[in-house]
Design a binder for this molecule. Structure first.
Ligand code: ZN
Length: 306
């Protein structure tokens, strides 16, 4: 058996499956994220329980961050400067005995979700896809030619700078950059600017808000695709739950990229290029299982932990 863990700021999902059928979860548990000791004890109890029947051979972990994902670093697998109370400087690997007993790899939560969508969701059958989430934060996970882009940290596309919309004078809320992509388009940024979630915008505020938010999401879609040549861009998260916002992004994408005459795949068939996720809330833990499967097959998506 193989195991996958997705640690999130509000809940942790643990799952096991068989390596020959990794996408079929055999057993799973959802744990509310409280203090690290209490939360990880519950994770360990689940792993102990399931491994009494059949040993677990590899473990994939997709974690909220900032999390150290470089195996060569001393503090590999540590959650570092998070705003989640009590979780600063928490070593996941030291607190999970299974991680020291079997091959284990840690990636960021968005990388995990990207892997899940790539293998079994909206990116299935393709070689290069990006998965972006717009929620509490903004993150982008990238699979390029079948490999997860990771290494020196992990892609921090959520903090790229974007061209400001001419009618947007909001200063942004990123504590580091102010008006970076996350500072302008995260759920908290939208709440700070309009006082409601994107899905509750109405009337003129909705028309203006959608145009502005979509303009920025279209820009990062174009930037990542121009730079890396991904075949599909999957975009999700709570912000994209606003009805009609994805369609607005598709329209803006045409303008940002120069329109159909620019001849890029992004605008040749935007409904096939820019798509919502297919796996819902299971993308992250399925990605963690995909990592574990790779470890068992000796084809690690990233390096194996020492
Ligand atoms: Zn930023």
């Amino acid at each position: 058996m193989i195991a996958g863990i997705e640690t999130g700021g509000t809940k942790v999902i643990c799952a096991v499956s068989r390596e020959e059928e990794p996408e079929r979860i055999v057993s799973s548990v959802r744990i509310t994220t409280t203090a690290p000791a209490e939360t990880i004890d519950a994770v360990n109890r689940f792993l102990d329980d399931v491994s009494t029947e059949e040993p677990i051979r590899a473990l994939g972990i997709a974690s909220f961050g900032p999390v150290n994902v470089e195996p060569s670093r001393a503090r590999y697998g540590w959650i570092t400067g998070t705003t989640k109370v009590g979780w600063q400087n928490t070593s996941l690997l030291d607190r999970i005995p299974l991680a020291r007993a079997v091959p284990t790899t840690v990636v960021s939560d968005v990388s995990g979700a990207a892997l899940g969508e790539y293998r079994w969701g909206a990116g299935r059958g393709l070689q290069s896809v990006a998965y972006a989430t717009f929620g509490t934060g903004v993150g982008v996970g990238i699979i390029l030619n079948g490999s997860l882009v990771a290494g020196n940290g992990y892609p921090e596309v959520g903090h790229v700078l974007v061209r400001r919309h001419p009618r947007d004078d909001f200063s942004g809320i990123c504590p580091f950059h102010g008006d970076c992509l996350e500072g302008l388009t995260s759920g908290p940024a939208i709440m700070a600017r309009w006082g409601v979630n994107a899905s509750l915008l109405t009337g003129r505020a909705r028309a203006t808000g959608y145009e502005i938010i979509a303009y920025y999401i279209a820009q990062v879609t174009a930037q990542v695709t121009f730079a890396l040549g991904v075949e599909r861009f999957i975009v999700g998260g709570g912000v994209l739950g606003a009805p009609g916002l994805l369609d607005e992004v598709r329209q803006q994408l045409s303008g940002v990229t120069g329109g159909p005459l620019a001849g890029h795949g992004m605008t040749a068939d935007p409904f096939d290029f820019l798509v919502p996720p297919a796996l819902g809330g299971d993308a992250g833990v399925l990605g963690a299982l995909a990592i574990a499967e790779g470890l068992v097959l000796h084809q690690p998506l990233t390096e194996v932990a020492p």
